[in-house]
Design a protein around this ligand. Structure first.
Ligand code: PRX
Length: 563
């Protein structure tokens, strides 16, 4: 599918993009969000308490939650009170400002309550995706020096507390009677805690979130976000997601990733909007049911999920009445197949948005008030300057592929890389540009087109996988003497993780061995990081410094070496 889709009427908040670009500044958005307060306020207060104390929404449902046999809803007043309780629990256990607290749980209300409690206390939430296995959990907890973690009995098994000297408290949600010695029962503590808590004041640069993201080389990086980011999340939730108070919003991303945090709950709640959180595994029919049952009006998801819905069964959408008025996508290229499907079956286009863990907010987007160009990630958010630069930092003209860069200074820009200043400055090596690591070009109308990663970072089903992390794990397997990992194009997942290995001479290549190696990676890191394809080769290509040559690996993955 190609071409332009003309503007679809019905957007409510941003009426004139060009005018906003001329006149808008983030100072204006800050004034709208903070009112007449002198400076940034704790983002957790802005998300929940404020809806109760200032906006008259105490009894409005903040959260509709459904997973397995749990089906619950929580008002803004409940979320405010429960998160106060958890802040008091943390206080009781000596956890305070700037301490890091891990969250390692499947989606459940306790996760959101804990997150808000941590942030209200002035501590830093360290979300860990529930699919992480022991090595991945260990790396992140060790690097962050987390003092406490909140988990479930099932996931508790993957936390090697004895190897983590900084980790003093393990809070366990559920599973009464089965606690390990020294672990603390989350619900018991909550029952005893007061509902009253004075939310810790937050300065603009005070961090509230430490989120690990994979890079091409080395271990995952701890991306720091500060309370000032609220301004960027707030105004994009309004202008990009077009949220209004009577919307029902469903962002399908997991809260282990930035999307599930910024737009999963913080952004919509700052607008007093009810959110749907659906736990459990993906199931196409169940997703249609969820959209229908909760009368979701604004839906934020990802291309692989849309493709899985398309393949889940033709006509499924027709069985469930839908109430959608705005659909958005993130994380991977929005393919023509998906756009065609949404136009045909859902009667409206999907609006792509581009951003990263590091950017903290949507930065290049499609808007209701502009025509869509098929294949484009859209235009910079008003007040944001994006460019395409060469390797020396010079700006390139339209229609030339180069490094996608954003001028530093947008409100939700990350404030650091934990324990690694050098990494942080590396992003700004062409200051004032922040170098994204993505390749892109823009056309003469100012629309940007994503052209893949510049480095070797793999994007599989919208999830960011560092090839180096997978290679290191592969090398720990006794049958593997060398390994090179690369993204291979895939029609469902965008890319899959493909591993080339050099086999130890004492092993024979069999399907069983391939499965064993795949499982070994899965057990150590996470299912999404395990290679879907493993191929033995006589050598792994290297560059002059002796590092894996990712260009040649990519050629192998595309089959170019056989052509
Ligand atoms: O390569 C880009 C891709 O996802 C990367 C960021 O990944 P992460 O930090 O996990 O955040 C994901 C969602 C915020 C980017 O560097 N990406 C993000 N949005 C898009 C995208 N690729 C294509 N199209 C997009 N809309």
């Amino acid at each position: 599918m190609e071409g332009v889709i003309s503007r679809i009427p019905g957007g409510k908040n941003l009426r004139d993009y060009e005018e906003a670009c001329r006149t808008f500044s983030f100072r204006e958005a800050a004034a709208e969000l903070y009112g007449n307060r002198p400076g940034p306020v704790n983002i957790a207060y802005l998300a929940v308490d404020r809806q109760v104390t200032e906006k008259g929404l105490r009894d409005k449902t903040a959260l509709f939650f459904e997973s397995g046999d749990r089906e619950e809803k929580y008002t803004f007043a409940q979320m405010a009170a429960y998160s106060n309780k958890f802040a008091n629990v943390l206080k009781k256990h000596g956890i305070g400002k700037t301490d890091r607290v891990g969250i390692f749980m499947p989606r459940c209300p306790e996760l959101y309550i804990s997150f808000l409690g941590i942030v209200k206390r002035g501590a830093l939430a360290v979300p860990l995706f529930e699919a992480f296995m022991e090595d991945a959990v260990f790396d992140r907890l060790r690097d962050s020096g987390a003092k406490a973690i909140i988990t479930t009995p099932e996931l508790r098994k993957r936390i090697p507390a004895n190897k983590l000297p900084d980790l003093k408290h393990v809070f366990v949600v559920g599973g009464c009677g089965t606690l390990k010695k020294g672990d603390i029962q989350w619900h018991n503590e909550m029952a005893e805690a007061s509902r009253e808590y004075e939310v810790t004041r937050a300065g603009p640069e005070d961090p509230y979130l430490l989120l690990y993201a994979s890079g091409a080389e080395g271990s995952p990086k701890g991306i720091l976000h500060a309370h000032r980011g609220a301004v960027g999340i707030y105004i994009t939730a309004k202008w990009v997601h077009d949220l209004c108070q009577d919307d029902i919003y469903w962002c399908t991303a997991d809260p282990g990733w930035i999307t599930g945090i910024a737009y999963g709950f913080l952004g919509p709640w700052m607008h007093g909007v009810s959110v749907v959180i659906r736990g459990g595994r993906f199931d196409a029919e169940d997703w249609f049911k969820t959209l229908s049952k909760y009368k979701v009006t604004v839906w934020y998801s990802a291309p692989t999920a849309f493709r899985m819905m398309i393949r889940g069964g033709p006509g499924l959408h027709a069985r469930y009445p839908l109430y959608l008025r705005h659909i958005l996508s993130v994380g991977e290229p929005l393919t023509g197949e998906v756009l065609e499907w949404s136009l045909r079956e859902l009667g409206q286009p999907i609006y792509d948005t581009w951003w990263m863990s590091e950017t903290g907010m949507n930065l290049i987007c499609n808007y209701r008030c502009l025509p869509l160009k098929v294949g484009s990630i859209g235009k910079p958010f008003p007040g944001v300057r994006a460019a395409v630069i060469d390797d020396e930092g010079n700006e390139l003209p339209p229609n030339q592929i180069g490094n996608l860069a954003i001028e530093a200074g947008w409100p939700a820009m990350f404030t650091g890389v934990w324990n690694n200043h050098e990494e942080y400055y590396n992003y700004f090596r062409h200051y004032p540009w922040f170098t994204t690591g993505d390749a892109a070009y823009y056309d003469r109308d100012g629309y940007f087109f994503f052209q893949g990663r510049v480095d070797g970072v793999i994007n599989t089903a919208g999830e960011r996988v560092g090839p180096n992390e997978v290679e290191n794990r592969l090398l720990q397997h006794p049958a593997v003497t060398d390994a090179g990992v690369v993204g291979k194009p895939d029609s469902l997942r965008g890319e899959i993780v493909k591993a080339y290995i050099r086999l130890d001479e004492s092993y024979n290549w069999t399907k069983e061995l391939a499965d064993d190696i795949r499982n070994f990676v899965k057990q150590g890191l996470a299912a999404h990081a395990a290679p879907r394809e493993i191929e033995p080769r006589g050598f792994i290509p290297k560059d002059r410094e002796g590092r894996n040559n990712r260009r040649v690996l990519r050629e192998w993955a595309l089959g170019l070496d056989h052509k």
